[in-house]
Design a protein around this ligand. Structure first.
Ligand SMILES: [Fe+2]
Length: 451
């Protein structure tokens, strides 16, 4: 049999395929839970390896340490059926095994191999795209999608999701007008494509179009905000637009209603919570007991340290924010210990990220929280050029610059503050947030007007 895009599959069950296709759409759109559909696909054809493999793929793309044993179990369930799987399905299994071992780059190389044979292998494309994001590989976010895009007919039901990925890749490569055009094309039809809406929001964030960004997300609310796995992150983007205009009360309300508390239940959502509270605190906002609640909700950050450096950094923010210095230190020690193990015993891609970016950033954030602003600046400043190596987006990593601006404030280092503000001012129009940092750093906004 073949799937809807002509990719060979080893199942004879139309029901299994139908559930699988539904799961794939859920993974692309973030609507609902693909696991239930994959359970149904497996119930219809327990010997279809790819359905088991996709269970593992989905769980691993969440960067959620608690799901790793389940992902391993799913692959063990696939293994006995590999003998009669297609070559493509065997390739997918091998890629998932590499992802399970923390070899995200090698896994993506195998998914790329699958895409060379089958440019419309959507499972390979979305898995590689998400891991490109987690590895901060902006070039591949764009180029991997570009390598297959011309092979997709525009009337394919999943075509808008390919456009959504391409839009985000273009945005992370700073190709803003094209990113926005492609993102808008992705949502021009009936398909709900939160990833494309998100890509356009990123463009507006990077260009300082905060009022437009608010309107964009609010006007598209029905297409991203309800029963959607990306909604917390898109609410976070809406809160960032409010922060850019110094509407901190609105940002705090969005936190309470849609970002923090019971809205967040996995690392990818807790990290948005931490990133928002940290930025609010940098602006002098008292966030009350929210830090303590977030630190308490975060599942075992110390036990899970070393799985993904980007998550560790944000878990550290929660512990520092809650005032739990002992657990913050323990998290840093645990992350450093795992990064120093032999690569065979730990996740090698994460080790590189942790050594290069995660651990020095954590140490700089500890310095900041303990008032050692000079040390904080000395640690964080050199990371600015390489911080993308530990993943996330430009918008997420702006937390480094905002922390540096806060550290440089009040006469600590006017030169660093001015340099950062000059860079900011050349990238986007003068916003209330930039004006705020200029005041704190002690630089007149008139002096940072570009031509
Ligand atoms: Fe984002």
């Amino acid at each position: 049999m073949q799937d809807s895009r002509g990719c060979p599959i080893r199942t004879t069950s139309p029901q299994a395929l139908e559930h699988f296709e539904r799961a794939l759409w859920r993974m692309l759109s973030f609507f609902g839970d693909p696991v239930a559909d994959l359970d149904a696909a497996i119930a219809a054809d327990p010997a279809w390896s790819l359905a088991h493999t996709m269970q593992a793929d989905f769980m691993l793309t969440l960067t959620e340490p608690a799901l790793v044993p389940k992902a391993r179990h799913a692959l063990e369930a696939a293994r006995p059926h590999l003998g009669h799987a297609t070559q493509r399905e065997q390739l997918h299994f091998a890629a998932a095994e590499l992802a399970l071992a923390g070899r995200w780059r090698d896994a993506s190389a195998l998914w790329d191999l699958a895409l060379r044979d089958q440019p419309r292998d959507m499972l390979a494309l979305i898995c590689a795209h998400l891991f490109d994001f987690y590895r901060g590989d902006a070039r591949s976010l764009r180029a991997r999608v570009a390598r297959v895009l011309p092979d997709w007919p525009a009337d394919d039901a999943l075509y808008p999701y390919v456009l959504g990925m391409y839009a985000f890749g273009l945005e992370e490569c700073n190709v803003y007008p094209q990113a926005e055009a492609v993102g808008r094309r992705a949502v021009a039809g009936d398909a709900k494509v939160p990833w494309a809406i998100h890509a356009v929001a990123h463009v507006m964030e990077m260009q300082g179009r905060h009022a437009e960004g608010m309107s964009w997300l609010v006007s598209r609310h029905a297409d991203w905000a309800v029963d959607n796995g990306l909604s917390v992150h898109n609410w976070w983007h809406l809160a960032l637009f409010h922060l850019e205009s110094l509407q901190t009360e609105t940002a705090l309300r969005l936190y309470d209603e849609s970002i923090g508390g019971s809205s967040a239940s996995v690392n990818l959502q807790w990290l948005d919570s931490a990133a928002l509270l940290w930025r609010l605190q940098l602006l002098g906002v008292d966030v009350g007991p929210r830090w303590t609640a977030l630190a308490a909700a975060w599942a075992d950050p110390i036990a899970h340290a070393g799985y993904y450096a980007f998550n560790d950094v944000h878990a550290l923010l929660a512990l520092l924010g809650s005032g739990d210095a002992a657990r913050a230190d323990a998290l840093l020690v645990a992350a450093a210990e795992r990064a120093s193990r032999a690569p065979r015993e730990a996740a090698p891609d994460n080790q590189a990220m942790a050594v290069e970016v995660g651990l020095p950033m954590m140490r700089g954030l500890v310095d900041f929280s303990r008032g050692r602003m000079r040390q904080c600046i000395d640690r964080l400043l050199p990371l600015r050029g390489i911080a993308h190596h530990f993943g996330g987006s430009h918008a997420q990593r702006d937390l480094i610059d905002q922390t540096l601006l806060a550290a440089a404030s009040n006469g600590v280092d006017c030169g660093v503050g001015r340099a950062l503000l000059n860079e900011r001012r050349c990238a986007k129009p003068l916003t209330p947030l930039t004006e705020h940092w200029a005041r704190r750093v002690g630089v007149s906004t008139g002096s940072i007007q570009p031509d």
